[in-house]
Structure formats: C-alpha cells, structure tokens
Design a protein around this ligand. Structure first.
Ligand code: C5P
Length: 235
C-alpha cells in the first residue's frame, strides 16, 4: 500500500459528505470514517465508499473486554475496510484479541485490514494524563511503551503525532506503521489541535500516513487543497 494521505470525513450529514466527494470527480481516495459517521450511517456508508473505489480507515478506537473486541473485529473484518483501530490502553490481551478477531473475520482471499492502536489521544497532554488518568510516566515514555506493547500483541502500527514517529520507530522498527493526524498547511488555522506539522514535515519525520480533516473539508476548493497537500506529502 502506498503511503496514504487520508481525508477525515468529519461532516454533519450524508448530503455534505457527498457534496465534498463530488469535488474529487473520479479520483480514488483514502478516507477516514469516524464514530459519528459510522454510528449515523453504519455499514451502508462503507459499502457506498467502497463501491466508489475509495480505501477506508474505520476509526472506531475500540476499547472493551478482550472477548467483545475480538467478536467486534471479526464482524468489522467482513466490511472490506483497509485500516481499523483500538486503544492501546485496553492492554495486550485486548490488542491480541483484536488481531485474532480480524484474522478470523477476514474473508478467504482478502487481505486482513491493517490494525493500529491509539497510544495517547493527541488531545491528552502530560498534565491531564498524570492528574486525571493517574499515569505518572512522561508522555513520551508512555507513547513508546504502549507502541511496544501494541507490536508485541500483533498490532501493525499506531496513530500518533508526527513528532512522535522517530521515538516509535526507535522502539518498534521503521516498518511499524505510523498514521499521523494534526496536519496543516503553514497558512491554515490550527483549531483544537495542539501540535501540528505540515505534510512535508510529517514525511521528513518518517510518518507512514497522514490524516487531514478540516484543512481539506472546510476549504473553498477541497480538491485544490488536497492536491497541494498531496504534493507536499509525496515530495
Ligand atoms: O480536522 P483535523 O485535520 O484536525 O482532523 C483530524 C482527524 O484525526 C479527526 O477526525 C480526529 O478525530 C482524528 N484524530 C486526531 N487525533 C488522534 C486520533 C484521531 O486528531 N489522536
């Protein structure tokens, strides 16, 4: 799989989603379907996007007991998605169960979806992690250790800030997937993201994939911005 620029389809309704995608004409994309969209439109939206030729990162961030996660992943593997994820905070047993569920549910002759784990949400800073989650280690150490646990559990990579990619590669090797949100062009509004980088910087840091939401979805001409960012990403 080529290193993807993934567009986050964080839009309020099916009309806005279709309107956004209409700007891309016949271009096949890699899109991220998040909780809002999946809970609203379910399997049907996945089928619609697949029929249009798009690849899909289903961003549901599962976190539950191992048995439930395994059964859910088995179910999701039948959807023909390309990437799916869990929270590393669910622990090694849960992550192994996720992998097992995907292995069981992937139809014969199809490729298993890539499984990635969220280490710490980019909205969680060190203060919150220590005071509210009662995790006392430095954030970087937590990210590094959770990534190692993910790898040991059969997970293929992590969602992380591009700035964390070097330490993750150091801990897990450079073929461990790193999918990075928090991407902006230099001229874009940062919004609620705390630490942003440009597509070019993400590439320089070694990110495997980037996730771009508002820079593209809120643009007057989404296709132009997409092309600009893709060029910056691919170099
Ligand atoms: O609009 P923006 O480019 O900030 O969107 C980033 C996307 O990546 C959103 O869908 C957000 O939920 C997701 N994401 C993130 N940070 C994480 C995991 C996912 O921003 N740690």
């Amino acid at each position: 799989m080529q290193r993807p620029l993934i567009i986050a389809l964080d839009l309020d309704d099916a009309g806005k989603r279709r309107e956004l995608l209409s700007h891309f004409d016949k271009e096949t994309l890699f899109v991220k379907v998040g909780m809002e969209l999946f809970y609203r439109e379910g399997r049907q939206v996945i089928e619609e996007l697949k029929d249009a030729g798009h690849q899909i990162f289903l961003d549901l961030k599962l976190h539950d007991i191992p048995n439930t996660v395994q059964r859910t992943m088995k179910e999701l593997a039948s959807l023909d998605i390309d990437i799916v994820n869990v929270h590393a905070a669910g622990g090694k047993k849960m992550m192994s169960a996720a992998r097992e569920g995907l292995d069981q549910g992937t139809p014969v002759g199809k490729e298993r979806p890539i499984l990635i784990a969220v280490t710490q949400l980019t909205s969680t800073d060190e203060g919150t992690m220590q005071k509210e989650l009662l995790i006392q280690q430095p954030l970087n150490e937590v990210v590094r250790t959770y990534a190692s646990f993910a790898k040991e559990s059969g997970v293929d990579g992590v969602v992380c800030s591009a700035k964390e990619v070097p330490l993750i590669h150091d801990a897990c090797g450079s073929s461990f997937y790193t999918v990075c949100p928090g991407i902006r062009r230099a001229e874009d509004a940062v919004g609620d993201q705390k630490r942003v980088v440009t597509p070019h910087e993400a590439r320089e840091l070694g990110s495997w994939g980037i996730v771009v939401g508002r820079s593209i979805t809120s643009a007057e001409n989404p296709f132009n911005v997409y092309q600009q960012m893709k060029q910056d990403w691919e170099g």
